[in-house]
Design a protein around this ligand. Structure first.
Ligand SMILES: Nc1ncnc2c1ncn2[C@@H]1O[C@H](COP(=O)(O)OP(=O)(O)OP(=O)(O)O)[C@@H](O)[C@H]1O
Ligand SMILES: [Mg+2]
Length: 177
C-alpha cells in the first residue's frame, strides 16, 4: 500500500493570497463539530455570494474537522474560512482546520474493502489545492476551492462563437442583453 501526498503539502499561509473576508470559529473536539463546520461554511459562503462552492466546501471542511476531532488530542479545533480574490476575477475559498496534536495526517490508498481511510483522498480529489502546515503547537490542514475563471470562460465562449462563425462563413456578432 502506497501513501499519496496531498496536492500541495505544507505551503505557507501567505502563499494562499490576501483575504477580503474572513470567518473564524472554535469548535469542540466532538462528534457534532463536523455538523457545526458544515453550517458555518454554508453561512459564510451564502454571505459572500459563493453558494456555488457550498456543496464541495461543506463536504471537505467536514472531513478535516472530523479528522481533527477523531485523530487530534481532544482540545478545541480552529476553523477559519477566507474569501480571496483571484487575479482574473475568480473567487477562492480557503478553509483551514487547526488542531494541537503533533501527529500529522497520513493520506492513504484505502484497499477496496477498507471501511475507513478515504477522507484525505476525497479532500485531495475535490479541492483545487490542499495540504497541511505544521506549527509549534500542532498543525493546520487546509484546502482551497475556486469559482470558474470568468476571463477563461469568456475566452472559451468567444472561441466557440468564432469557430461557429467559421463553420457558417459568417462574421462574429456582438450579443446584446
Ligand atoms: N488531524 C489529524 N491529526 C492526526 N492524525 C490525523 C489527522 N487527520 C488525519 N490523520 C491521520 O491520517 C489518516 C488518514 O486520514 P483519512 O481522513 O484519510 O482517513 P480516516 O480518518 O482514518 O477515515 P475516514 O476519513 O475515511 O473516516 C488517519 O487515519 C489518521 O491516522
Ligand atoms: Mg478522516
Amino acid at each position: 500500500m502506497t501513501s499519496r501526498p496531498w496536492r500541495e503539502w505544507g505551503a505557507a499561509a501567505g502563499e494562499r493570497g490576501t483575504a477580503v473576508a474572513e470567518f473564524r470559529a472554535e469548535l469542540p473536539a466532538s462528534l457534532g463539530s463536523a455538523r457545526q463546520a458544515r453550517a458555518a461554511v454554508r453561512e459564510a459562503l451564502a454571505a459572500w455570494g459563493l453558494d456555488y462552492l457550498a456543496g464541495d466546501a461543506e463536504l471537505l471542511a467536514s472531513e478535516l474537522v472530523a479528522n481533527a476531532a477523531e485523530h487530534g488530542d481532544g482540545q478545541p479545533i480552529g476553523l477559519a474560512l477566507r474569501r480571496v480574490p483571484g487575479p482574473r476575477g475568480e473567487q477562492s475559498l480557503v478553509c483551514e482546520v487547526t488542531d494541537t496534536s503533533p501527529a500529522m495526517p497520513m493520506p492513504r490508498d484505502a484497499e477496496p474493502d477498507a471501511e475507513r481511510g478515504r477522507g484525505l483522498s476525497i479532500v485531495s480529489a475535490l479541492a483545487r489545492t490542499s495540504g497541511v502546515t505544521p506549527s509549534l503547537v500542532g498543525k493546520t490542514a487546509w484546502f482551497t476551492l475556486a469559482t470558474p475563471d470568468p476571463s477563461a470562460e469568456a475566452d472559451a465562449e468567444a472561441e466557440v462563437g468564432l469557430s461557429s462563425c467559421a463553420l457558417h462563413g459568417a462574421k462574429p456578432q456582438q450579443e446584446f442583453r
